[in-house]
Design a protein around this ligand. Structure first.
Ligand SMILES: [Zn+2]
Ligand SMILES: [Zn+2]
Length: 324
């Protein structure tokens, strides 16, 4: 076997060769290393503290499944820390029924309670009924509603924090997209812990997987049989993200370590931006006049977009009636 094919720790057969570190790891040492990475991220930014109730956003996909498994491994025995699963059902029936039952199964195995919130109960709509109607692409509408509902669910379970399964690739993409859009303010959302948005109704977000590459999470989930395939039937991502994603993958393959550098620099920039924002009263959060959720203008973006897509869906229904 060549050097790439053996574990640098024990000489056993490697399951991965890390270009960015120039070493191979076997299943056991790869697993230990992922735990170490996640622990280090949590410790460095004090993501979880004594007394915390941590809600873990579960999609049924690999990222959130690996995240829950790691958090239970690290904090499961701690009496002073509570972990609760939260899932959002967007009304994408087959796809989401399946992924929520996967999330439920994982929670049962790990002894974690799962709380599910449905668009149909909170917003009186289902993505299956409105998909394709709005001009901005399904993921824009759905993403903003999902974020809003996740925050509501976290308040309902009295969570101090919500853990989301963003990995290193997601974070690198977000940083690049903020740069490309010239959006300095959004850089404040970068980092393992985002404290920039402060409001009593807003549950702070933590990202325990932010230092782990997407392909390593995929490998981990395969090796440990975690998470189901995560592909929404209504996906319409817009044009920028897929371009940025493929650009970053090309860079990484030519220059291993690029994604890590982008994320570490993004975090430093984010700290600077967060400090600036604290002195800027314009950014203080208010409550939406429609729904009472925290937002930065009179009506929140979610209420705006929800109206939009409901109207658009009604119009396209009328249109199809008149055609018949
Ligand atoms: Zn080994
Ligand atoms: Zn609102």
């Amino acid at each position: 076997m060549s050097k790439d094919e053996i574990c640098s720790k024990c000489g056993e057969e490697a399951v991965i060769y890390r270009e960015y570190e120039g070493r191979g790891l076997c299943k056991e040492h790869f697993t230990i290393d992922i735990s170490k990475k996640v622990k280090k991220t949590i410790r460095k930014d004090s993501l979880v503290e004594s007394g915390d109730t941590v809600a873990v956003g579960l999609s049924g996909g690999k990222d959130s499944a690996v995240m829950l498994e790691k958090l239970v491994e690290i904090f499961g025995e701690r009496p002073d820390i509570e972990i609760i699963g939260v899932s959002v059902h967007e009304g994408i029936d087959e796809y989401r029924d399946e992924s929520i039952s996967a999330a439920q199964k994982l929670c049962d195995e790990l002894g974690v309670k799962l709380e599910v919130g449905r668009y149909s109960d909170y917003y009186d709509l289902k993505m299956d009924d409105v998909a394709g109607a709005g001009e901005l692409g399904n993921c824009t509408y759905c993403g903003i509603m999902r974020r809003d509902l996740l925050n509501k669910l976290c308040r309902e379970v009295d969570a101090d924090k919500v853990a989301i399964g963003h990995n290193l690739d997601d974070e690198a993409q977000a940083i690049m997209m903020n740069h490309l859009k010239g959006d300095m303010k959004r850089l404040a959302r970068i980092g393992a812990r985002t404290d920039a948005v402060e409001h009593e109704k807003f549950v702070p977000r933590i990202k325990p997987l932010i230092d782990v590459m997407e392909k390593e999470i995929a490998l981990y989930s395969r090796l440990h049989d975690l998470g189901v395939i995560d592909r929404c039937p209504h996906v319409q991502e817009g044009t920028m993200r897929p371009m940025v994603k493929s650009f970053l993958n090309k860079l990484e393959s030519q220059m291993p370590g690029t994604k890590h550098s982008i994320v570490s620099q993004g975090r430093r920039l984010s700290d600077i931006v967060e400090e600036e924002i604290e002195f800027d009263e314009e950014n203080e959060l208010r409550e939406c006049e429609e729904c009472g959720e925290p937002c930065s203008s009179d009506i929140c973006r979610k209420c705006e977009l929800m109206e939009d897509i409901k109207k658009a869906a009604d119009r396209s229904k009328e249109h199809s009636y008149t055609k018949q």
